[in-house]
Design a protein around this ligand. Structure first.
Ligand code: GUE
Length: 297
């Protein structure tokens, strides 16, 4: 058996079309253009690539993009000052501060300083709490993209056993909340989990977000499982080139799973498309305009 490939790249392109359509509608009927501010501290090359990609796609969708690249030695006070300005700026509907931040800046303080209404990452404790209590909120982009693909390719989600491997605040925990909301039976596994292989073997849905290349083996999987690979691991090829691989050993998994996301071209592109979708949603809510259809989960 060879699994169906979940084409995140194509899925993301379709979602970005919906975003662009709604942006055009907002401009036409309300004279409003959604705006996204992206803040990057430091000069990490990988972060620069992501931020550039976010900016390009924001502009292509017809939105305003405001980019702030700050030197790595920027103080926490200065960063908080910028966020205060962005919170107050009516042209900015979404704020994303690229993580991780340098050690001298307290991440939690920075996240808490963002207006929850503009928190398009869904990382603010108010939004985390809203998700956990089943209220309308802004949902973190990576798990949101994973859920959209699972709804499309995972069959009826109710009653399925989902195993989320990884418990980060940005992926694992919100993913578990979203799957609970879909009536899945959810198990969250992590680095201290005993006998992970046999746990994974009982999963109908596997979401791998551990940050270790090729960690999940195909032989662990139950036949017919749906596999979402959140991992983005850059591997040195030994010849000065690098290759991007996931947390799942794709070559062995593809023969056992029913559907599987590739890396690259799976979760990554969906994450950015969901960021654009959240910016439009945030804009509509701030201006009490009708909620866009198809841009939320
Ligand atoms: N506040 C915050 N929000 C984030 O959403 C956030 C962040 N910080 N920090 C860094 C991570 C990483 N991230 C990615 C998004 C898209 C791809 C992506 O599109 N990847 C392509 C490949 C890109 C390549 O070739 O490097 C793919 O998987 O096909 C990857 C990684 C968002 N992040």
């Amino acid at each position: 058996m060879t699994a169906q490939l979940i084409d995140g790249k194509a899925f993301a392109a379709t979602l970005r079309e919906k975003v662009a359509d709604h942006v055009a509608h907002l401009k036409r009927t309300h004279g409003v253009t959604p705006g996204l501010a992206v803040v990057l501290v430091g000069d990490d090359p990988a972060s620069q690539v992501y931020v550039r990609s976010k900016q390009t796609q924001t502009l292509v969708a017809g939105m305003h993009s405001y980019e702030y690249t700050l030197p790595s030695e920027t103080s926490e006070t200065d960063l908080l000052g910028l966020i205060r300005e962005l919170n107050a700026d009516p042209d900015v509907h979404g704020i994303l501060v690229q993580l991780p931040l340098s050690d001298h800046i307290d991440e939690a303080s920075v996240i808490e300083s963002i207006d929850p209404a503009k928190d398009v990452d869904g990382f603010h404790p108010v939004n985390v709490g809203r998700l956990a209590t089943g209220q309308t909120t802004l949902v973190p982009c990576t798990p949101m993209g994973c859920l959209m693909m699972l709804r499309e390719y995972g069959g009826r989600l109710t009653g399925q056993h989902a195993v989320v491997i990884g418990r980060s605040n940005i992926v694992g925990k919100p993913m578990a909340q979203l799957l609970l909301r879909e009536n899945c039976t959810v198990t969250v596994a992590h680095s201290k989990t005993v006998d992970l292989a046999s746990l994974v073997n009982r999963a109908d849905i596997v979401v791998a977000t551990v940050g270790r290349p090729h960690f999940v083996q195909g032989e662990w999987l139950k036949t017919g499982a749906t596999v979402i690979d959140v991992g983005i691991n850059r591997i040195d090829q030994g010849d000065d080139t690098t290759r991007l691989v996931g947390d799942v050993d794709f070559d062995t998994a593809k023969d056992i799973a029913c559907a599987i996301t590739p890396v690259p071209g799976g979760v990554g592109p969906m994450t950015i498309a969901c960021l654009l979708a959240n910016t439009v949603t945030a804009c509509c809510r701030q201006l009490t305009l009708p909620e866009p259809v198809g841009l939320t989960v």
